[in-house]
Design a protein. Structure first.
Length: 172
């Protein structure tokens, strides 16, 4: 029985949506239900269509779900889990959600705003950009710097290969 990726995402949506929202605190689910959900998800991943996830994604999903089971340990209630382990579970749960739904679907439309003010002016400007725009700007700046450093290296090689180049004295 092959379960399509959409069925897996629907199942994951039922439990994970509360933990991803930054506006609301995560909801508490009883530990046995959560363990059952994780074990069902692992079975569905093992029997899913291989084209649903890349091999690296499947390995990452297995790693994260295994870390969740390990962190839960023998706990039967949310109270049995230490505060650091609770935070770790929330982070692992969010990572699992990001792996299933994709980071771009969740965080790409999140807006980050900044307020700036020029020196000597009382006028403040507010600029807002999405995470996707910021990531694209960062990638283009990185590519530009890499291209610039490649050009500098090429010019240095050309200068060193020409007689008298790169500041070396020549005898006439």
């Amino acid at each position: 029985m092959k379960i399509p990726r959409s069925a897996l995402t629907l199942l994951a949506t039922l439990i994970l949506t509360a933990c991803v929202s930054s506006e609301r605190p995560p909801s508490v689910v009883d530990i046995p239900s959560y363990r059952e959900y994780i074990s069902q998800m692992r079975v569905q991943l093992a029997t899913a269509d291989p084209a649903s996830f890349q091999p690296g994604e499947q390995a990452e999903l297995t790693r994260v779900s295994g870390a969740i089971i390990t962190t839960l340990g023998d706990a039967t209630s949310y109270i049995d889990i230490a505060e650091t382990q609770r935070q770790q579970l929330i982070a692992l749960n969010e990572e699992l959600h990001l792996l299933i739904f994709g980071e771009n679907n969740i965080r790409a439309e999140e807006r980050i705003c900044s307020i700036s003010q020029n020196t000597g002016s009382n006028i403040r400007t507010r600029s807002c950009r999405t995470r996707m725009q910021i990531a694209q700007d960062r990638d283009s700046a990185r590519r530009l710097l890499e291209a610039r450093s490649d050009d500098v290296d090429r010019n240095r090689i050309l200068d060193e290969s020409t007689p008298g180049g790169f500041g070396t004295p020549t005898l006439n």
